[in-house]
Ligand binder design. Structure first.
Ligand code: GDP
Ligand code: CA
Length: 344
């Protein structure tokens, strides 16, 4: 067997930590095909926004900084050793928004990204250029001589998640998530631009031709759900032949961190491991639930799964340490490779 090709769909923090675990697992594997694996991460861009004239891509940056060893570890996003000189100058001019953190180091990335976009480079080209610094040769800081990783935006076309609030307003996702901390109930989401968005170059091939497709425990509605909304992506997972393994972001009826439960309520889905699985029922081969909190589901089948697909396995799902994240990613990969590709 040649090098293993693994594709994953990722949002921000949950996706980034899972991917870092995956690369650590691969790098430490006794199996040479895993040690030289090629990982492709298709990243949500629905959270992207423009501030002070700068294009900002939060989930791509979280994944890039995490794999590049530059992330602010406790926070989960942004740069470590960050300072706030520019944003305090902006505040002194009375210009906001004061609720969205723009650190100085991070601003360097946003300035360069915006420059490249203005010069006409598509976002996928911009990501490639930025990753030359953080992932030289595709090698993450976590595994400098081992597996390689490539980040792809889900699309080069702008897609923006807008949130419909119970009080009648519609706001950008960042305003609801960061400014309002999801405190105002939402009644739904619109991914503006998604219907006409084309998958970025390489996205569909990476999903169809992989030996394994992994769905990390990213937000099922506004991260993975947004990527699945790009025309062609869902079909590539459902019909492409690669085994698809998902990891529940919900353990025992609770999200591990963040406010994904507010997103699930907004679309009328129960915050439970099976509630989330239902969103992927048509494309899952295996769904991992937490062995402690949801162990009773082990051996069952995801309701609505395609015949012969959708088995539920219980594993430890808490990424409480880098090693725990590596073990979780290894378990997901084991499940996918044990299933193998479907004949096309
Ligand atoms: P965001 O873009 O930063 O909101 O991050 P993501 O979309 O990637 O993922 C957020 C999701 O990750 C939340 O729904 C959490 O429940 C989930 N999550 C965070 N840490 C863990 C963990 O250790 N284990 C599992 N299973 N899920 C996690
Ligand atoms: Ca996000």
């Amino acid at each position: 067997m040649g090098d293993v090709h693994i594709s994953a769909i990722a949002g921000g923090v949950g996706g980034a930590r899972f991917l870092r675990g995956l690369l650590a697992h691969l790098a430490a594997s006794p199996d040479p095909a895993r040690r030289s694996a090629r990982v492709t991460a298709v990243v949500n861009t629905g959270d992207d926004t423009t501030m002070h004239g700068l294009r900002i891509t939060p989930d791509l940056d979280t994944v890039m900084y995490t794999l590049g060893g530059a992330v602010h570890e406790e926070q989960g996003w942004g740069r470590r050793d960050e300072s706030r000189v520019v944003s305090s100058e902006l505040a002194a001019y009375g210009t906001g928004p004061d609720w969205f953190t723009l650190g100085d180091r991070d601003l360097g990335t946003h300035v360069f990204r915006t420059q490249l976009l203005r010069e006409g480079l598509p976002l996928s080209g911009v990501v490639e250029r930025l990753c030359e610094r953080w992932l030289p040769g595709g090698h993450p800081a976590v595994a400098p001589d081992g597996p390689t990783v490539r980040l792809l935006p889900m699309s080069d076309d702008d897609v923006e998640t807008h949130v419909h609030l119970a009080d009648g307003r519609t706001v950008h996702f960042q305003e609801w998530w960061v400014r309002l901390r999801a405190s105002v109930p939402a009644t739904g989401f619109t991914q503006v631009g998604v219907d006409g968005a084309k998958p970025a170059p390489g996205v569909l091939d990476a999903l169809r031709e992989a030996d394994a497709v992994l769905l990390p425990p990213s937000n099922p509605v506004v991260s993975i759900g947004t990527v699945l909304g790009v025309p062609g992506v869902r079909e590539a997972l459902r019909d492409g032949g690669a085994p698809v393994v998902g990891v529940s972001p919900v353990l025992g009826g609770r999200v591990v961190r963040g406010m994904a439960d507010a997103c699930l309520s907004a679309i009328g889905v129960e915050t439970s491991a099976l509630g989330v699985a239902g969103l992927y029922a048509d494309l899952l081969d295996t769904w991992l639930v937490d062995d402690d909190a949801d162990g009773a589901l082990h051996g069952s089948t995801v309701p609505g799964a395609a015949p012969g697909r959708g088995r539920v396995l219980a594993r430890p799902l808490l990424m409480s340490s880098p090693q725990a994240a590596a073990d979780l990613a290894g378990a997901a990969l084991d499940a996918a490779l044990a299933t193998g590709r479907r004949p096309s």
